[in-house]
Write a protein that binds this ligand. Structure first.
Ligand code: ADP
Ligand code: MG
Length: 702
């Protein structure tokens, strides 16, 4: 039985539109171990085609190719991969070393695909490189070697798995005559060690030193000469330990391990680091923008919420009456905006209405919330009054500056809510009941004003308004029943209306305002009810009940906050969509870059396949790479977001005294996860394209 036996092999290349080109025609030949065969013939005679068939790179032929008596056609894909990996060693004219790997790694790669232990791998590779005179070149990259050295590295790679057959397609074609002789010597030694060496060559001189010359012409064998006086030399030291030691090879060889796959990917990523860096930058930027958008969204919402909370008391429910017209979304001022407008100029409660509201709330509590024992009672309710008076200019403050009478409108007249505290004020004290002024001996009312009114009074610092005596003029009620109020008051403090900083606002005590109206012959109807509850939970429940009651709402601040939050959530969705689009763009970018990298590395993929890489191994290398790109971009993105976020918080705190950003740990986890997922997804297509590349075509790729 011959080592290699070829019977009636025909090979046609399909040329499209059903025509084909016959490259090999009825090839019949067999080879033995220890032979050094030169295949010669004109260019295009079919030499490479034959080598590819023998090497198991091309399975599209008719006839039999038997290795040790077994037909290659009977091999499954996996067995064919194994065959290429262990039985065959390829050497190419153009060396086909992997440029981004070191000499040592270029040789060990063949073992890496079998997941041979690191130590053993290095030992075997170093030993063989030493025998080929390359022991001082281990760390170099292929481009740093001469042609002859490169070809010796390629031979070392072909030998490392101790194959039985070495296929060398024009191994000396790119070398000068001196180096050619060195390589031929090595080939001879390999054959003398008992391997079958089949070498394609153009030169008769090269052919002359081999044990057998086979000549092809137009796909047929036209000569097959065995050299009678070919000298077989005994080598004291074999290039590779074979036969007996073969049993020392691990019986069950593994495949490319994850560790090796990561190592290969890292090598390759480092080799094209600029490209990878720019790609990662794209992903990183979209991650940063995504995290910051989320942080701003939740930070602003939280800020507005806390602001609204700081204006109210968690155990007080505010009830305001809403103009039915404004509440109706189809009405002119529809929606929340209309509601806010009507809150600024609220409708007064009628006397019958208040007990009705109490009853409605209590019955809702009874029916739907049996675990809440609290009930609203008339005694627990305080009243408030507010009116936007600026429109009718019916409230104003008169004061004297440098002997000159001046006045300012009060746009918004408000009675102090029961939860209002001095902490919420910019300066001064809460206004209460009229007091006797010691200086003038008069009874003076008390009023608080906004900083804007203080500035209308010509005061540089709003604190200077405190203690000033002013005349408050207001009209109350509708014409013709309107009554005029005129009262001398002392300013006791400055209210903070941060949300409406430029408003002319004045606050009065409710009972005081009530007595003013009564004194002038009118009756004050409240526009706000303040219900003291027993707990925050009860407050929330009653607010919920109120939101279901047509015609009534909570406090202005709560209303503003919920309107803002509604806006923010719409806004957040828009931002998230933008961030999502930028992620998709980043994903397409990764896809394009990896796709291009597949074309760039086509030859490398061909080499890997020729040394036995399975489709899955190729896929693994590319997928690992896209995973690592995602992971790195994700980590960098997350770190940068944290740094940028931290700086923004510092900046906002120093500028505004608060930072409208809230970072939750899960934003970072989501960003990192998304980055990995989109990269891996983007890598799937290029990876499977790489895995499906035809090895013969890949090797011919320029
Ligand atoms: P050699 O190595 O002897 O120079 P090849 O084996 O590469 O020749 O090619 C043999 C013949 O087959 C040539 O005429 C070549 O043009 C043709 N051939 C090789 N590969 C293909 C292919 N993929 N498709 C079509 N024809 C091909
Ligand atoms: Mg060729």
């Amino acid at each position: 039985m011959s080592e290699l036996e070829i019977n009636h092999v025909y090979k046609d290349y399909k040329l499209g539109n059903k025509s084909k080109f016959n490259a090999l025609s009825d090839i019949n030949i067999s080879f033995e171990k220890g032979e050094l065969v030169s295949i010669i013939g004109e260019s295009g005679s079919g030499k490479s085609t034959l080598m590819n068939l023998i090497g198991g790179l091309d399975s599209d032929y008719t006839g039999e190719i038997k290795i040790g008596g077994i037909d290659l056609k009977s091999f499954k894909e996996k067995q064919l991969d194994d065959y290429r990996k262990k039985k065959i060693g390829f050497v190419f004219q153009s060396f086909n070393l992997i440029p981004h790997l070191s000499i040592l790694d270029n040789v060990t790669i063949a073992l890496t695909l079998s997941d041979v232990k690191e130590n053993e791998k290095l030992e075997r590779a170093k030993a063989i490189l030493k025998k080929l005179g390359l022991e001082n070149q281990l760390k170099k990259k292929p481009t740093q070697l001469s042609g002859g050295q490169k070809q010796r590295v390629a031979i070392a790679r072909a030998l490392i798995n101790d194959p039985d057959i070495i296929l060398a397609d024009e191994p000396t074609g790119s070398l000068d005559s001196m180096t050619t002789l060195q390589i031929l010597d090595i080939m001879k030694e390999i054959a003398d060690d008992g391997k079958l060496v089949i070498m394609v060559t153009h030169s008769e001189k090269v052919a002359s030193i081999s044990s057998r010359v086979v000549e092809l012409a137009d796909g047929k064998i036209i000569r097959d000469e065995i050299e009678k006086d070919y000298k077989k030399e005994k080598h004291a030291e074999k290039l590779i330990e074979n036969t007996q030691e073969n049993s020392a090879k691990p019986k069950k060889e593994g495949h490319l391990s994850l560790y090796s796959s990561i190592r290969l990917s890292l090598h390759n990523m480092w080799a094209s680091r600029t490209k990878n860096f720019l790609m990662a930058l794209g992903v990183t930027i979209s991650l940063i923008s995504m995290i910051l958008m989320l942080a701003f969204g939740s930070g602003l919402t939280g800020y507005i919420d806390s602001l609204a909370k700081s204006y109210s008391n968690p155990t007080i429910v505010t009830v305001n009456k809403v103009d039915e017209m404004a509440d109706d979304p189809s009405g002119g001022m529809g929606g929340l905006g209309g509601e806010i407008m009507s809150l600024l100029n609220p409708t007064p409660f009628t006397d019958e209405e208040i007990p009705q509201i109490i009853e409605n709330i209590n019955s809702a509590l009874e029916e739907k919330y049996p675990n809440i024992e609290y009930r609203v009672s008339q005694d627990g309710i305080k009243y408030g009054f507010s009116a936007a008076t600026g429109v009718t200019k019916s409230a104003s403050i008169n004061f004297t500056v440098d002997g000159e009478e001046k006045s300012s409108n009060i746009f918004y007249l408000y009675t102090t809510p029961p939860y209002y505290t001095e902490e919420q004020m910019l300066a001064g004290e809460l206004a209460g009941q009229p007091k006797l002024d010691e200086e003038s001996g008069e009874m003076l009312g008390e009023i608080m004003v906004s900083a804007k009114i203080a500035s209308e009074m010509g005061l540089e610092n709003y604190e200077d308004a405190i203690g000033q005596i002013v005349t408050v003029k207001a009209s109350y009620g509708q014409f013709p029943n309107a009554i005029s109020i005129e009262q001398k008051c002392k300013i006791t403090g400055i209210v903070d209306v941060s949300m409406f900083e430029t408003m002319l606002v004045a606050y009065l005590d409710y009972d005081y305002f009530d007595s003013m109206v009564t004194t002038n012959g009118g009756t004050l109807s409240p526009t706000s009810l303040y219900i003291q509850t027993d707990s925050e939970a009860t407050t929330d429940t009653i607010n919920l009940i109120l939101s279901g009651m047509q015609g009534y709402t909570g406090s202005v601040e709560n209303q503003m906050a919920s309107m803002f939050n509604e806006m923010m959530s719409t806004f957040s969705i828009a931002l998230a969509i933008i961030a999502g689009i930028s992620l998709i763009v980043a994903m397409i970018m990764i896809l394009v870059v990896l796709y291009m990298s597949v074309s760039e590395r086509t030859r490398e993929i061909g080499v890997l396949k020729s040394i036995g890489a399975r489709k899955r191994d190729i896929k693994k290398i590319f997928t690992t790479e896209s995973f690592l790109i995602g992971l790195f971009s994700g980590i960098v993105g997350v770190i940068f977001s944290a740094v940028v976020g931290g700086l923004l918080i510092l900046l906002f705190n120093s500028l505004l005294g608060f930072a409208p950003l809230a970072f939750h740990w899960y934003y970072f986890v989501i960003a990192l996860g998304l980055s990995v997922v989109i990269s891996v997804l983007a890598g799937l297509y290029p990876a499977s394209k790489a895995a499906r590349l035809d090895p013969v075509e890949s090797l011919r790729h320029e």
